[in-house]
Design a protein around this ligand. Structure first.
Ligand code: PEP
Length: 252
């Protein structure tokens, strides 16, 4: 029922030229792949050129962040309608690097989610616990808070078309991956909460990605779990070989 989704988060890597070269190669290498949604999230300046290079390929383009207002005196910020016009169809919101380094909160995540929905961008909402929270047995409580606050005011229909990414903070960029069983336990819990708060139909349609040191050699085991609908990939998305291998492991 849910098409697997593999999204590459390039963070602050790749110039415009490098980004276009990457997606030109990627496009050719995945042209025969069916049954997987593929996305890349380049830096802001690369969005228009990457979107143009991917035109007609079916590969989506995501922004890595946005401001929730349409426009205004917010130096250095970019709004959802501006990103839409620049070629993005999706937006990553509340990545742990944004939360830890740039002050994103559950409240700002919620504002950003609502503004993407208004601008018809698909939000990819990141949630996940720190190592200390896991050690203190607070993982599920943290996820509940992030889901409830981050998705406040979102309708079931909107949720159905949206994406959540469970990214344990301790697994991002560390080489430490949640085991498939640990990840599935969190995903099952998340889907249970979505069922409770948005209804069974919306919960069954919403894609929940796993993120945190996904590599070609662990992708298949993670994605074989019933509630894991794909991956948000950081480091391994910067190299075409490893990204294409992960895409291939996601086919069902
Ligand atoms: C990420 O940036 O969302 C991420 C999961 O990074 P990595 O795959 O490098 O852990």
């Amino acid at each position: 029922m849910r098409t697997p989704l593999i999204a590459g988060n390039w963070k602050m890597f790749k110039t415009v030229r490098e980004s276009v070269a990457f997606v030109t190669d990627l496009r050719a290498r995945v042209s025969a792949v069916t049954g997987v949604t593929i996305l890349v999230a380049p830096t802001f300046p690369a969005l228009p050129a990457v979107a143009a290079a991917l035109e007609g390929s079916g590969i989506g383009v995501a922004a890595q962040n946005l401001h929730w207002e349409r426009e205004g005196a917010f130096t250095g910020e970019v709004s959802a309608p501006m990103l839409r016009e620049a070629g993005a169809g999706w937006a990553i919101i509340g990545h742990s690097e944004r939360r830890t380094l740039f002050g994103d909160t559950d409240d700002s995540v919620n504002r950003k989610v609502r503004s993407t929905l208004t601008a018809t961008l698909t939000p990819i909402v990141c949630i996940g616990e720190t190592w200390q929270e896991r050690e203190a047995n607070r993982t599920l409580e943290v996820l509940d808070r992030q889901i409830k606050a981050g998705l406040d005011g979102v309708t079931g229909t909107e949720l159905a078309g949206s994406v959540l990414a469970y990214e344990p903070v301790w697994a991002i960029g560390t080489g430490r991956t949640a085991t498939p069983a640990q990840a599935q336990q969190a995903h099952e819990h998340i889907r249970g909460r979505l069922t409770q708060w948005f209804g069974p139909d919306a919960a069954a349609r919403c894609r929940i990605l796993y993120g945190g040191s996904v590599k070609p050699d662990n992708a298949a085991a993670l994605m074989s779990q019933p509630d894991i609908d794909g991956a948000l990939v950081g480091g391994a998305s910067l190299d075409t070989d490893s990204f294409v291998k992960i895409v291939e492991r996601a086919r069902r």
